[in-house]
Design a protein around this ligand. Structure first.
Ligand SMILES: Cc1cc2nc3c(=O)[nH]c(=O)nc-3n(C[C@H](O)[C@H](O)[C@H](O)COP(=O)(O)OP(=O)(O)OC[C@H]3O[C@@H](n4cnc5c(N)ncnc54)[C@H](O)[C@@H]3O)c2cc1C
Length: 457
């Protein structure tokens, strides 16, 4: 969009992540004019693909979709972005609770009882999650009790063996990106319920959240979406102040741009939404909420080799470990390209501690971990890159906002309920696959529907 100092639209949208752009497209389809104000110099927010070597895009942000991510499959098809299945042949490598490095078959044979314990707890979590209404978790029959303890405290009370408890922690931190001691048990159940069942969340193979990738990289989704509404998006215009009345908004950006509209959709994480000024000020409930919705901490680190040598040894590239900086890894090779690409996840405590180290120290610690699991060939990557999200001014952590004890029950309704002419989107406000791209689309569509109803009825 050309540089302007004032712009008029029906709907002003803050943030050109997936949620904001979906909201823009939806209001446009309803015959209303949107304008999207994006702080960064690019669209896509928590989606960030980097082509480190020609033909080898790596995903520093969102990477996968799963079988029940219907909106994302539909969107990809509509935008002409092809998908391919995540590689999943071979064995996972384990090193847990002092077991030393074990292949999956050895690990399963040695810890069959512990894995059965884990399975029982997961089934119990699934049962309890069904009692949590996704659009009002605070109204679950046992909401007060579940919101008064952390997920970690509930796990500790299950009398699990150390192996089962450690695996449960790793799986959960793998989705929340914070230690379970920091998250309300009600929030965990809500997260499970927005996704269906724990097997959807934790599994990588059939039915999980990580079955499918995008040809060319996830960035193709926001890139092509932005092309459809390019004349309605402005980059490098951080929103600082939203003035609102009964029937209008005036949105002020750094640099002097002013956007006027009849409604505004704030499509950024609640923590960042709380850093915008509002005039008149928002109700205390909303501000108290945004003081209590921290984003998690996660980093992805990619090692690119001349070939995927672990496959030859019968490994699938996944590791699960409580030793070293990464708790999990994935084979993220690109079909049709010969390079071997391994992704290591640093989440929660690991992102906080190793994320602060100089890159070379972090890389050395991760390399040592790969060598322990996959042998000496892992010591010589052609390329290394990692991505930190807490330092990014317009994200400030990931994967999403997690609610600690007492927040859902005390402040939950303030998360997504519109305040006058102000509406809230972003995946953090979704009721289906909250925290995921699917949730970003769900929330963007919901906020746009609210606005369309208000402006066209
Ligand atoms: C490392 C990582 C891995 C992930 N892996 C997956 C995965 O495999 N699968 C999956 O489904 N999801 C994954 N996710 C989550 C997924 O990326 C998000 O759910 C989704 O992209 C969120 O979209 P959004 O539009 O809600 O928010 P965002 O992407 O955060 O978009 C918000 C936008 O608002 C902008 N903004 C912020 N403040 C302002 C301001 N004041 N003024 C104007 N603009 C502002 C930001 O720059 C950003 O562009 C991952 C995320 C990360 C970071």
């Amino acid at each position: 969009m050309p540089k302007q100092t004032q712009i008029d639209a029906d709907v002003v949208i803050v943030g050109a992540g997936l949620s904001g752009m979906i909201a823009a497209r939806t209001v446009l389809a309803a015959g209303l004019t949107p304008v999207v104000l994006e702080a960064d110099e690019r669209v896509g927010g928590r989606i960030l693909t980097e082509e480190v070597i020609p033909g080898v895009p790596v995903e520093l942000g969102a990477q996968w979709i799963g079988d029940t991510h219907e909106r994302m499959f539909r969107l990809a098809a509509e935008l002409g972005v092809e998908t391919y299945p995540q590689f999943d042949d071979g064995e996972t490598s384990y090193d847990l609770v002092g077991s030393g490095v074990l292949r999956e078959s050895e690990f399963h044979a040695r810890f069959a009882e512990e894995l059965a314990e884990l399975e029982r707890v997961l089934r119990r979590l699934d049962e309890l999650a069904t009692e949590v209404p996704v659009d009002a978790p605070w109204s679950a029959p046992e909401a007060a009790q579940w919101d008064s303890i952390t997920a970690g405290a509930w796990y500790d009370a299950q009398g699990l063996s150390q192996v089962a408890r450690t695996l449960l922690e790793i799986c959960t931190v793998g989705i929340l990106a914070v230690p379970t001691a920091e998250v309300s048990f009600l929030h965990l159940l809500f997260t499970i319920q927005t996704c269906g069942v724990t097997s959807e969340l934790f599994a990588e193979s059939e039915g999980g959240a990580q079955t499918t990738r995008f040809v060319g990289g996830t960035v193709e989704i926001p890139r092509r979406l932005a092309a459809l509404i390019a004349d309605r998006i402005m980059l490098k215009v951080p929103v600082q102040l939203i003035e609102h009345s009964a029937d209008s908004v005036t949105v002020h950006c750094r640099g002097g741009l002013i956007a006027r509209g009849r409604r505004v959709i704030v499509a950024i994480s609640p923590t960042l939404a709380g850093r915008i000024m509002y005039d008149p000020p928002l109700p205390g409930m909303r501000d108290q909420l945004t003081q209590r919705v921290p984003n998690g901490s996660a980093m992805k680190a990619f090692f690119v080799y001349d070939e995927p040598f672990w496959r030859t040894d019968g490994f699938n590239g996944q590791l699960i470990s409580d030793v070293g900086p990464a708790r999990m890894s994935n084979d993220t090779c690109i079909p049709g390209d010969n390079h071997g690409v391994i992704l290591m996840f640093l989440e929660g405590e690991q992102a906080r501690s190793f994320g602060r180290l100089p890159e070379e120290d972090r890389r050395a610690a991760l390399t040592a971990e790969l060598v322990r699991h996959y042998g000496g060939k892992a010591a010589h990557p052609e390329f290394y890159v990692d991505g930190e999200w807490s330092d990014r001014q317009w994200t400030r952590g990931c994967y999403n906002a997690n609610l600690g004890p007492h927040v859902w029950t005390a402040y939950g309704p303030a998360l997504s309920a519109p305040i006058g002419v102000i509406h809230w989107a972003s995946t953090d406000t979704a009721t289906y696959w909250s925290a995921y791209m699917e949730g970003a689309v769900d929330a963007g569509e919901r906020a746009a529907r609210e606005v369309v109803v208000a402006l066209t009825d």
